[in-house]
Write a protein that binds this ligand. Structure first.
Ligand code: FAD
Length: 545
């Protein structure tokens, strides 16, 4: 059965990141007409905007890429276990061309408003250039880390040199040679860029608000033997990824800290330190995130590593976190970060001791005076979770603004829909999961697509979540967020990095197992979590454009 009413397209997707591209693919495959709107001028989302030197995966490349096509998996050779941004951007462009999706994508198309028309049950979407698209279904795959955040520092606009945000990096090459550069922020992006540019710049001042527990990424090229193994083991790889709690290949450990004597614990920690990426979180001792003493022992191991790498004891001390345990914030992974502070041209400013007072035309002023600079790199993160959705001018039933509906933080069903906004979906948005993102967002896209097909099969074209289902899911998400091993107050997962943002957990701490269990329940209960109905009036036939 085809969709009954006229609109420009059945499905309008916003965002050409890994989630939106997959939604475009799946909806087309299911027989819907689809258009994708992207604010940027190219494909990639995160991997289009974050093109700063050193930007790379913390997920293993082959676990992050799409798994829906064995042919795609076989023909694309990742060069590194943790690919860098140019390779990731190339991959996503390859996917778009490989599956002939580019002709459905409109670039430089920022959505400025989207309103639900109750009589026709369609969405009218307005773009920055004033043009409009009417769609039956609106799927905002606008990302959780797609609105860069600049701290409210006085005088930022007065600075006479260059300024860049890591999440809004220029497509034109940025020249660091011989410049006096500041990197503000030591989260995942800041710690990636510092070691890469340290050797090029005249001086590099790193402004740190809070130190993070950084451990080595341990990246390496993928050898020809490993390439062959990956292809031979594709089915097993999918099986592990699709059943793992966080979407990684790393298997959980089977021992708690206290199961091992002290010597064995040190040897195990050493093994963790030398293991790839997120292994340190997913495959560490089972009590790491539950037992304060176990966590403190691992933290002391890292602190000792920092002291052994960084020559200056005061700098080593400043680089050692004091305000949170390991895993309470998303841990960054590094290559040569601590080592960079041994270069004579690299220095650290601890903003807890000497906060930034203002940016001046010449540089950055702290209580210690002005440091003259040619360039400031803001590695200060994002308005996480809801940032993009709340800036899209989304209006649901009765003109309800999403900003008002979510004034106290997001409420959702499965992180895909919210009441009062029929036919509107947001995979990879609030209440998505931490972990290897595509291995969660992809399931959301599959679920949304299946729901669209289910509605179509029943002759329905209005899909709206049942308020009771949303309430149940949201209260579970809020409860899981407070249960151990919860992320702490300091984590941007609670939105606390943005002044004035309500403190509410923005992901699904229950992870994939809880999500998949609920999806299964929706299917078993015949989609009762949704109200599926027929629109009252057909949408007007679109005027020729
Ligand atoms: C530096 C960095 C490294 C990361 N590393 C990892 C990693 O190793 N592993 C991992 O799992 N995750 C990682 N992430 C998280 C990453 O965001 C996700 O993995 C994934 O890229 C999200 O994809 P997405 O398609 O959902 O959103 P995005 O990739 O953010 O794409 C959203 C797109 O929507 C567009 N958009 C937003 N609003 C509008 C609008 N109003 N109109 C039109 N277009 C709009 C944006 O321009 C953007 O292109 C990283 C994030 C960053 C910033």
């Amino acid at each position: 059965m085809t969709i009954r009413t006229a609109a420009d397209v059945d499905v309008l997707v916003v965002g050409a990141g890994i989630t939106g591209i997959y939604q475009l693919y799946r909806a087309r495959e299911a027989g819907f007409s689809v258009q994708l709107l992207e604010a940027g001028s190219g494909v990639g989302g995160t991997w289009f905007w974050n093109r700063y030197p050193g930007a790379q995966f913390d997920s293993e490349s082959y676990t992050y890429g799409y798994l829906f096509s064995k042919e795609l998996f076989d023909e694309w050779e990742w060069q590194e276990h943790f690919a860098h941004q140019p390779d990731i951007e190339r991959y996503l462009n390859h996917v778009v061309d490989r599956f002939d999706l580019r002709r459905h994508i409109r670039f430089d198309a920022r959505v400025t408003s989207a309103a639900f028309d109750e009589s026709s049950s369609t969405w009218t979407v307005v773009l920055g250039d004033g043009s409009r698209v009417r769609a039956r279904y609106l799927v905002a795959a606008t990302g959780v880390l797609s609105v860069p955040y600049f701290p409210d520092v006085p005088g930022r606009e007065d600075f006479g040199g260059e300024q860049h945000h890591t999440g809004l990096w220029s497509v034109a090459p940025v020249d660091f040679a011989g410049k006096r550069v500041a990197v503000v922020g030591t989260g995942s992006s800041g710690v990636q860029i510092v070691p890469v540019i340290a050797g090029e710049v005249a001086s590099l001042t790193v402004y740190q608000r809070s130190a993070n527990w950084c451990t080595p990424l341990n990246n390496a090229p993928i050898s020809p033997e490993e390439q062959a193994e990956l292809r031979a083991d594709f089915e097993a790889l999918c099986e592990t990824l699709n059943t793992s709690a966080s979407g990684f290949l790393h298997l959980p450990h089977d021992r708690a800290t206290s199961d091992d004597p002290v010597d064995a614990r040190q040897a195990f920690f050493e093994k963790m330190w030398n293991s790839p990426g997120f292994t340190k979180l997913t495959s560490n001792y089972t009590d790491l995130l539950f037992d304060a003493a176990a966590n403190a022992e691992w933290c002391e191991f890292i602190a000792e590593k920092i002291r052994s790498i960084v020559d200056d004891p005061d700098t080593a001390e400043q680089l050692t976190p004091k305000d949170h345990r390991y895993g309470e914030k998303r841990p960054p992974f590094v290559t040569g970060y601590y080592e960079a502070f041994n270069q004579p041209n690299v220095s650290l400013v601890d903003l807890r001791e000497t906060p930034i007072l203002r940016v001046t035309e010449a540089g950055i002023e702290t209580a210690d005076g002005v440091r003259e600079l040619d360039m400031i790199v803001w590695a200060t993160g994002f308005d996480f979770g809801t940032g993009a959705l709340l800036r899209m001018g989304i209006r649901g039933r009765g003109g309800l603004a999403l900003e008002d509906h979510w004034a106290d933080g997001p409420t959702t069903f499965l992180g895909v829909q919210t009441t009062g906004f029929p036919n509107f979906f947001f995979p990879g948005g609030p209440h998505a999961a931490a972990g290897n993102n595509p291995r969660y967002n992809g399931y959301q896209v599959d679920f949304i697509t299946d729901t669209l097909v289910e509605a179509r099969d029943r002759g329905c074209d209005v899909i709206e979540v049942d308020p009771a289902a949303e309430e149940r899911w949201t209260s579970m998400v809020d409860q899981w967020a407070e249960m151990p091993p919860s992320f702490g107050e300091k984590s941007y997962y609670f939105g606390t990095n943005i002044p004035g943002k309500p403190r509410r957990y923005l992901l699904n701490a229950g992870g994939r197992p809880k999500f998949l269990k609920e999806v299964d329940r929706v299917r078993r209960t015949d989609y009762q979590a949704f109200r599926l109905s027929r629109s009252v009036e057909p949408a007007p036939t679109p005027a020729p454009r």
